[in-house]
Ligand binder design. Structure first.
Ligand code: FAD
Length: 408
């Protein structure tokens, strides 16, 4: 990775306390959280995308856990997000063509919702509005970051416009192909699942009754997640249809009618007639985990540090936990007048977050491997395992608490 050299005689860079590289859902929420909890700090959040295109061009939804909702509340985001979210109250698990194997009901958890399904476009919309109202947070969209230089006291960040900014701490929230991670020469463990998630929204005849369905097929999980009715009053669920095999045989190659038929073949009759309610999008699935989350005056959060398979809907929830932890440490240091980029602060962040992220990556990886395996003995064993969890209330409660992000 090329390391930039300062041009002699160049004017001094505009300075911030914290620069966040990447304004996806992680970077934007971190900017909001710092803006709320460390109001004395100046923050810049830089993203190369056009914000409106990012809102309009993402048809995914995210399952937000109860734990994440607490972090988003601290960022002043949750009140608006909750209005847009659809609570999950019933989770049903199937293995290919089995009858119901395992069911989690919020009634078994004193009526507490397991989480909320919120459109990514709605999450972003609320974050953009919040950032605009935070006086010391600057959102710099449509601007790529190209290079860094660490001077010891601060990090200088070069933008594609040629302008430089500086900060005492630079946070990489720049996603799975993180430039910050590459610049720090941090190695990663990574593998490709050979699977792709084809996502879209489906309108259905009957209400979903806040039901989330996860059906494990050998080619990958088929998930149906409850979303609020659309403006036309249609009942909507969001679909994650995982596939594997050559791209040339992808569901993305089918016309709408053939795709809808492939969906209908796996969609439970309970929903009644179905129709497409959004275009399809496709995401290749892989696991990437950074060996370290920190370097001098730099840290990685969310997908830049760890990207996992979406089978359990936990990727961004882990990212929110990173953000909650890091922002807490920064706010504390700022309040005491200490250095917000100090090595012991960054080490504390890494120590507190890595074990949780490693454990979740291992669990989701094991789930994918276990459930993508069509060998009869493995199939028998996992079905017996799911029935055993179903029959054991403490085991069920353990899984329900983890789904809610309150498992620890
Ligand atoms: C199909 C699918 C379903 C999912 N469902 C769930 C779910 O239900 N629950 C859940 O918790 N998670 C889920 N996830 C995971 C979740 O979507 C990701 O964890 C999350 O989007 C990561 O956000 P991020 O901000 O870290 O990264 P990104 O969304 O990748 O954002 C990174 C940003 O950085 C910017 N950027 C990159 N490089 C630069 C640069 N050099 N300069 C400036 N900007 C730059 C990019 O433009 C981008 O906006 C799902 C993922 C998939 C694929």
């Amino acid at each position: 990775m090329k390391r930039g050299k300062k041009t002699p005689g160049k004017s001094s860079p505009q300075s911030y306390d914290v620069i966040i590289v990447g304004g996806g859902l992680a970077g934007l929420s971190l900017a909001c959280l710092l803006g709320e909890t460390a109001p004395a700090l100046t923050i810049a959040c830089i993203d190369r995308d056009d914000p409106q295109r990012a809102v309009d061009g993402d048809f995914r939804t995210t399952a937000i856990s109860y734990g994440s909702s607490r972090i988003l509340a601290r960022a002043g985001l949750w009140r608006e997000m909750e209005k847009l979210g659809c609570p999950i109250r019933d989770i049903r698990i199937f293995d290919k063509d089995t009858p119901l194997l395992l069911q989690f009901l919020s009634d078994e958890m004193n009526g507490k919702d397991f989480g909320w399904i919120i459109k990514n476009s709605d999450l972003r919309g609320v974050m953009h509005q919040k950032i605009a109202a935070l006086p010391r947070v600057t959102h710099i969209p449509r601007m790529g970051v190209t290079d860094f230089e660490n001077t010891g006291e601060q990090v200088e960040v070069t933008l594609e416009s040629g302008q430089t900014l500086s900060a005492r701490l630079v946070i990489g929230a720049d996603g799975r192909n993180s430039l910050v991670r590459d610049w720090l020469d941090i190695p990663t463990r990574r593998w490709n699942y050979g699977q792709r998630a084809v996502i879209c929204n489906i309108a259905h005849e009957n209400p979903h009754e806040n039901r989330a369905i996860e059906n494990f097929w050998p080619q990958g999980p088929f998930a149906i997640l409850p979303v609020n009715d659309d403006k036309a009053g249609r009942h909507i669920s969001s679909l994650v249809f995982t596939e594997h095999g050559p791209k040339s045989a992808s569901l993305m190659k089918l016309d709408d009618e053939a795709f809808l038929q492939a969906v209908a073949d796996k969609f439970p009759a309970f929903y009644g007639e179905i129709e497409l309610a959004s275009p399809r999008q496709c995401y290749p699935l892989s696991l990437i985990h950074a060996a370290r989350y920190i370097g001098p005056r730099m840290a990685l959060v969310a997908d830049a540090a760890h990207a996992i398979h979406p089978v359990a809907g936990q990727g961004l929830n882990l990212g929110f936990r990173d953000i909650g932890e890091l922002a807490g440490l920064i706010a504390q240091a700022a309040e005491k007048g200490e250095d917000i980029g100090a090595p012991d602060l960054l080490e504390a962040y890494q120590r507190r977050r890595r074990p949780d992220n490693v454990a979740m990556a291992a669990v989701t990886d094991a789930l994918v491997r276990l459930f993508s395996n069509n060998l009869p003995p493995v199939r028998l064993l996992r079905r017996a395992g799911l029935r055993a969890v179903s029959a054991l209330p403490p085991a069920k409660r353990f899984f329900m608490k983890n789904a809610m992000g309150t498992g620890k």
